[in-house]
Ligand binder design. Structure first.
Ligand code: IMP
Ligand code: MG
Length: 183
């Protein structure tokens, strides 16, 4: 039986908590970007659910764009090598960028992407991640996100955009994947 919830050992962030996170971050971003020229850039595919919900709580004119980077494949650990697979379409000159990511793990993805975007002429680059796993940050990465939904423990989590082997993205909450699924 294909029941997504059967593969989850524990619910870590409920649908209600996700809504509260989106409201809180949306209100803060609305304040912080009031006099700016906001473009929200989502990192595909994990940020899609978060980005579409969060931006509905940002009460400002804004543009949306996406980029895709190479990721984990079927495993649960990053290779460390980041590659742009799909670039943004919009010229960033004059914009204040808000980068949206599903989860900050080693930090290598966001470190690479934010450095890359810094060469594109944007006024500013800010980072918003739904989840943070501070325990997993690589020792050589000193990236500090501007907006964080919540911290999660060092477990493999899925749902609300986050996948394991491209599955579980459509689970409406964040859950820890049972170890027997990936070990
Ligand atoms: P980093 O470059 O190591 O920070 O990894 C960030 C990327 O790894 C995220 O965008 C996710 O795609 C993926 N990732 C890291 N931890 C998890 C997890 O627990 N569940 C699902 N994806 C994860
Ligand atoms: Mg990702």
């Amino acid at each position: 039986m294909a029941n997504l919830a059967n593969d989850i050992s524990e619910v870590l962030v409920t649908e209600e908590e996700l809504r509260e996170i989106n409201k809180r971050l949306g209100a803060q971003i609305t304040k912080d970007f009031k006099d700016k020229n906001l473009i929200v850039i989502g990192i595909l595919k994990g940020s899609v659910y978060f980005m579409t919900d969060l931006t509905r709580y940002i009460d400002l004119p804004l543009k949306l764009d996406f980029l895709a980077v190479s990721s984990y494949g079927g495993g649960t650990r990053s290779s460390g090598a980041v590659k742009i697979v799909k670039d943004i379409d919009i010229d960033l000159a004059g914009y204040d960028v808000l980068l949206i990511e599903d989860i900050l793990d080693s930090g290598r993805t966001l470190d690479y992407v934010s450095r890359m975007l810094q060469t594109r002429g944007a006024n500013s680059i800010s980072i918003c991640t739904l989840l943070d796993k501070p325990a997993r940050r690589a020792p050589d990465i000193d990236l500090v996100p501007d907006y964080v939904g919540c911290d999660v423990p060092d477990e493999f989590v899925v749902g609300y955009g986050l996948d394991y082997d491209q599955k579980y993205r459509n689970l409406p909450y964040i859950g820890a994947l049972k170890r027997e699924i990936y070990e």
